[in-house]
Design a protein around this ligand. Structure first.
Ligand code: SF4
Ligand code: SF4
Ligand code: SF4
Length: 235
């Protein structure tokens, strides 16, 4: 009798424990799903998101190595699985000193804009120096990335925030500053991104004045934002 009482009590306690664990599991899954739809924008050199998540040991070396201060840690908003893995953030510091092709041979820049981004000073954009990948101890970031053929992400215009959509012709800064001619201004005087030319360097997002124009405090998005892209990586 006592035995059956104990076993019945054990069953009840065990059942409650399992229910609690299931509850915790459900909560974790719910938390894990937060932000999971938006893939974080990774530093250059990842082979695939799956490979990266398996190989990154969250050591933070890429963050310390980046001379442009654009590598930051993912937090809970990026999903539990991504916490402390690196993502890119182009608002770090305004690249005051970046001026497209300043003092350079315009014809040479038109032919190959890549050297102009290498020579640019300032912070808050990626010049594909690959110091992040060189510092990575596990190969989560590969140094074989070619910025002329590959990309970090893609610039996407947010018509709800872009000044040119609100005030026609009010701004064209992103188009003027893009070293790769990936943004043009259409007949409505609004910016349009040519995704085949964009490599996700982040200069346009860095330079976009929409936050200060609207005096948004702590705004996380600008008129143009670099987003992870599903466009195919070249073989
Ligand atoms: S390639 Fe250079 S600038 Fe770009 S994220 Fe890596 S360390 Fe920073
Ligand atoms: S810089 Fe920003 S606000 Fe200006 S046109 Fe480009 S996206 Fe719009
Ligand atoms: S991220 Fe912006 S500045 Fe860089 S290539 Fe793309 S459109 Fe041009």
């Amino acid at each position: 009798m006592r035995e059956s009482l104990i076993s019945r009590r054990s069953l009840v306690i065990g059942g409650l424990g399992a229910a609690a664990l299931l509850g915790v599991g459900g909560t974790l899954r719910a938390i894990e799903s937060v932000g999971a739809t938006a893939t974080p924008l990774r530093p250059p050199g990842i082979q695939s998101e799956e490979h990266f998540i398996g190989a990154c040991i969250r050591c933070n070396r890429c963050r310390g190595a980046c001379p442009r201060d654009i590598v930051v840690n993912c937090d809970v908003e990026d999903g539990i699985i991504n916490i402390r893995t690196p993502k890119l953030h182009f608002h770090t510091k305004f690249s005051e000193s970046y001026r497209r092709a300043e003092g350079k041979d315009q014809a040479a820049v038109a032919l190959d804009p890549y050297p102009s981004i290498l020579d640019a000073t300032g912070k808050g954009f990626c010049d594909f120096c690959m110091l992040c990948a060189i510092s990575c101890p596990t190969g989560a970031l590969s140094t074989s990335f070619d910025p002329k053929l590959e990309w970090i992400g893609e610039a996407v215009i947010d018509s709800g925030l872009c000044i040119a959509f609100e005030k026609l012709g009010g701004c064209r800064k992103c188009a003027d500053y893009c070293p790769f001619d990936a943004i043009t201004i259409n007949d409505n005087r609004q910016p349009v991104v040519n995704s085949s030319k964009c490599n996700g360097c982040g200069i346009c997002e860095n330079i976009c004045p929409s936050s200060s124009y609207r005096t948004y405090k702590g705004s996380t998005r600008r008129g143009v934002n670099i987003e992870a892209t599903s466009k195919e990586r070249p073989l």
